[in-house]
Design a protein around this ligand. Structure first.
Ligand code: SF4
Length: 450
């Protein structure tokens, strides 16, 4: 954790930054109107280790849902800080701010006119000051506005500059209850953006706490490894006060990896690495791990940063881990060593042994069965090479968040999908039963023309 970041109070007792323990957080994937389901998921996430929970707030009409969700949580005997996730509507942010502990916004999306966006943001800051609500400025690589990209490109510099504009405004307004994030699905872009931002904030005399996350990391082993590589690289460098591991799975599944990261960098747990040696730029590492997932987290955090920074080229692991029944499994002979090395190299963008997938975690805006669709797309495209495919949950925000994907597969609602080539829709309103085949055929046609 960063000891020199500004402490930010979230609700009655939680503090992010200022040398406090790293805070694990997550986000509901329920529809916000489903008040009961959302309150129940908040409680499950809290019990699983999330110290604050984000809920999507698509518009002003959802403010009443936040009030009702809070009431149900309190009725169940819990005090869980809630974060309202806002995408475009400054009005929704201003109206919900009195009822939540934190509001997550990208103020650049408040209005195309930068002056008007600034004015709306200043109003939100006043409301947050009045009610003691914190703000997270959340800038994602895929959604930098046209003004920023025309000045700096779609780059880590652009991401850091986009955040700094709003952070300076917070300082001018004497508002310091601010956390900031610069997420990307590309671990190199993400780590570089946070480094630049941390340096700039320090230079200008305000170091707001960093919320770390690799956005649209996907699911399964790949999503966990990518998240651990990006987040641990920054935690190793002394940056980061709160973490979210975003997976295209049920959010409850994120908490094991997030809690591992928090524990490891708070110093409450250590790696199961027993021995290692480096020859030229190849590391030979021996592990004795209590589980497969623990091995995966340890390897990603032990060597991800050095692979990302090209200090090493390969990691060859051996040793044992315990399977679910507690029996030892030999890492090398089970084939896991080669698989983990490939996954780690891909997460560090050193080798692409399979398609690169970007997939959002889903939220209350999700318009189709995202988890199932992602699995279908992965199984139908696994044979392809040199392609980045994004699978996104909603047509409103998905296309803007796909960053540098070659192809996008986006839920429209009503069991329909739109396929994008880059940022351009090339097939719309396709039934979701046919969409994976059409995607594969479009990609194969395009690759044949190369
Ligand atoms: S892209 Fe995914 S995570 Fe983002 S708003 Fe849409 S459904 Fe939610």
């Amino acid at each position: 954790m960063a000891t020199d970041s500004i402490p930010v109070k979230i609700g009655k007792t939680l503090v992010i930054g200022g040398g406090n323990p790293i805070v694990v957080q997550s986000m509901c994937n329920t529809h916000t109107e489903d008040v009961k389901g959302t309150a129940e998921q908040c409680v499950r996430l809290f019990k699983g280790g999330a110290r604050l929970v984000r809920i999507t707030c698509p518009g002003r009409q959802n403010v009443k849902d936040f009030i009702a969700i809070r009431a149900l949580i309190e009725e169940a005997g819990y005090d869980i800080p809630l974060v309202a996730d806002i995408h475009f509507s400054a009005e929704a942010a201003i109206e919900v701010a009195p009822y939540v502990e934190k509001v997550r916004i990208n103020p650049g999306n408040f209005h195309k006119d930068h002056g008007l966006a600034r004015a709306k943001f200043a109003t939100l800051v006043e409301v947050c000051k009045k009610y003691g609500t914190a703000i997270r400025i959340g800038i994602n690589h895929g959604s930098l506005g046209q003004r920023i990209t025309s000045l700096y490109g779609n780059t880590p510099v652009g991401m850091a500059e986009a955040a700094m504009e709003w952070l300076r405004l917070c300082k001018e307004n004497d508002f310091y209850q601010v956390v900031v994030s610069l997420k990307a699905s590309n671990t190199l872009v993400m780590t570089e953006a946070y480094r630049l931002l941390a340096a700039k904030m320090k230079e200008e005399g305000f170091y707001f706490p960093l919320h770390l996350g690799v956005t649209e990391a996907g699911n399964g082993d790949s999503g966990r490894i990518k998240s651990c590589v990006g987040i641990s690289t920054l935690l190793e460098e002394g940056m980061g006060d709160t973490v979210r591991v975003s997976l295209t799975e049920e959010p409850e599944n994120e908490l094991e990896a997030a809690s591992y990261l928090a524990g490891r960098y708070d110093g409450t747990l250590t790696s199961c690495l027993k021995a290692s040696r480096t020859e030229e730029k190849t590391v030979y590492a021996t592990y004795d791990c209590p589980s497969r997932s623990r091995l995966l987290y340890d390897v990603s955090c032990d060597f991800g940063r050095d692979l990302l920074l090209k200090k090493i080229d390969r990691v060859i692991i051996d040793g044992v881990y315990a399977d679910d029944a507690g029996n030892p499994v030999d890492i090398a002979s089970s084939g896991l060593a080669q698989y983990l090395e490939n996954e780690l190299l891909q997460a560090c963008r050193r080798k692409f042994y399979k398609p690169e997938y970007i997939a959002c975690p889903g939220c209350g805006r999700t318009m189709y069965n995202l988890q199932e669709s992602f699995e279908q797309v992965k199984s139908r495209t696994a044979h392809l090479k040199d392609v980045v495919i994004a699978v996104m949950g909603c047509i409103v925000n998905g296309p803007g968040e796909m960053a540098d994907a070659d192809w996008g597969y986006v839920g429209e609602g009503n069991h329909k999908v739109t396929i994008y080539k880059g940022k351009t829709p090339v097939a719309s309103h396709i039934p979701d039963t046919e969409a994976p085949d059409i995607l594969v055929s479009l990609i194969e046609q395009e690759q044949a023309r190369r």
